[in-house]
Design a protein around this ligand. Structure first.
Ligand SMILES: Cc1cc2nc3c(=O)[nH]c(=O)nc-3n(C[C@H](O)[C@H](O)[C@H](O)COP(=O)(O)OP(=O)(O)OC[C@H]3O[C@@H](n4cnc5c(N)ncnc54)[C@H](O)[C@@H]3O)c2cc1C
Length: 408
């Protein structure tokens, strides 16, 4: 059997795994990334990279490549009533200037989900000691105590290999195998209503294609995220009508349903991109022995606030700053201590952020619940305050751009 000795084994080459390989490409580690997929990632998932992530891309020397490969900028957002009345508007550059916040990149970067990974992995390949094994499934692990000693895999040519890592990063998504193998425990919450994502051309009158739009309505909340200048992603909560209704629906049925949530959608000619069950999983510890979990493996969150992808990348800046240097990675006590430091710092930080995400998820559920009318009226009042009360507006701004606790 072939033996692959490596500094870092990354299990999962989705967003978090590929981003880590990119962020570490000049740090001198031998990195082996194992990804089971034959196909591209599901393009309907996260695609708007928050300003905090854009700053990280710049720090990693990756931002120019994202822009050169066709990404777009999103420079603001609007929260609206179903009839189109705007109750909160924010332009990030203007907001930064007005509040004295120094933002070198006052914009989100918009890149289709599947392309984000390919860009990260192309950059990761600049590391001469980067090995991408795909499609390869990592399932057989040898664990001694808290230490993951090796992973046995079947390589694409049918031969077997044993990977012997010093550090293992579990970036294997919501149904993480490593979470189970290493006995990580988690808080879990199953939300009632799934989400549906659709793609199509923007409706007439949508406004700027570099803005994001959220419509609150007692028939369900709806979000419009521009993808390309003439292409949008529409995400909404599946209400009482159920998934079965959406699956059978014609484009006209969908447009009529969506028009109850946003007046612009009456002529929307979009196709369904997918349905998404909504669940929160947040592990109690992010690290055990020589294993650390990142991305959805550590924290799957409801897409209500469009943050899963962003926290999955955002956490990596902190993780990277805690890793021992390549020549010290073989010291188990040092590695363990550094991972624990990372884990306790990050868990506390994210606990607050995820509590807010959970509230937003429950609000989305309430927007199709029994008291939807009253609930949505209350939400609208709160959003108007976010727009007009300077202190609240500042909190909303920092939260939206991914710096809920202020700029570092
Ligand atoms: C409809 C929808 C909309 C969303 N919108 C947003 C948004 O606007 N903004 C945002 O920030 N987030 C959004 N998200 C969330 C975001 O997409 C996820 O949080 C993010 O993609 C998670 O990335 P990840 O790398 O942790 O996991 P994944 O992307 O799931 O990657 C895990 C990878 O591990 C691989 N893998 C698993 N097990 C193994 C194994 N044993 N061996 C080898 N490989 C393995 C899988 O094949 C997969 O490629 C959205 C999600 C949904 C569903």
């Amino acid at each position: 059997m072939k033996i692959i000795d490596t500094d870092i084994l990354i299990v999962g080459g989705g967003i978090a795994g590929s981003a880590l390989a990119c962020g570490l490409r000049q740090a001198g580690y031998h990195i082996t990334l194992v990804e089971q997929r034959k196909d591209k990632l599901d393009t309907a998932r996260g695609d708007h990279l928050q300003i905090c992530v854009v700053d990280l891309l710049a720090q990693w020397g990756a931002l120019d490549t994202f822009m050169a490969r066709g990404s777009h900028r999103r420079v603001g957002h609007e929260f609206c009533l179903p009839n189109g009345e705007v109750i909160l508007q924010m332009d990030y550059a203007a907001e930064a200037a007005a509040t004295g916040v120094n933002l070198p990149h006052p914009y989100f970067v918009v890149t289709p989900h599947d392309e984000i990974v390919e860009i990260f992995l192309d950059l990761a390949a600049e590391n001469p000691n980067f090995v991408r094994l795909q499609p390869v499934n990592a399932r057989k692990f040898q664990v001694e105590g808290d230490k993951l000693i090796s992973a046995q895999v079947t390589l694409p040519d049918g031969s077997s290999a044993e990977i012997r890592p010093r550090l293992v990063v579990g970036a294997d998504g919501t149904n993480s195998v490593l979470r189970g193998v290493m006995g990580f425990t988690a808080d879990e919450y199953q939300y009632t209503h799934p989400m549906v994502a659709m793609f199509g051309p923007p409706p007439a009158g949508m406004g700027r294609s570099d803005y994001f739009y959220r419509y609150g309505s007692p028939h369900g909340m709806l979000v419009i995220q521009p993808r390309r200048p003439n292409w949008i992603k529409v995400t909404t909560v599946v209400g009482k009508e159920g998934i079965g209704w959406w699956k059978k629906s014609s484009a006209q049925d969908r447009a009529a349903m969506l028009a109850q949530r946003c007046h612009l959608m009456a002529d929307f000619a979009g196709e369904i991109g997918g349905f998404y069950p909504t669940k929160m999983i947040h592990v109690h510890d992010y690290a055990k022995g020589n294993v650390v979990l990142v991305g959805d493996a550590a924290h799957s969150i409801h897409p209500a606030r469009g943050q899963g992808l962003n926290v999955g990348i955002g956490c990596l800046g902190t993780l990277i700053s805690h890793l021992p240097a390549p020549d010290q990675l073989g010291d188990p006590a040092l590695l363990h201590g550094q991972l624990q430091r990372y884990a306790s710092y990050q868990r506390e930080r994210y606990a607050k952020q995820f509590a807010r995400n959970h509230d937003a998820a429950l609000a989305m559920e309430a927007s199709v619940g029994e008291n939807a009318e009253a609930f949505v009226r209350q939400e609208d009042d709160m959003i108007r305050k976010l727009h007009s009360v300077p202190e609240l507006r500042r909190i909303h701004f920092l939260d939206a751009i991914g710096y809920p606790f202020g700029l570092p």
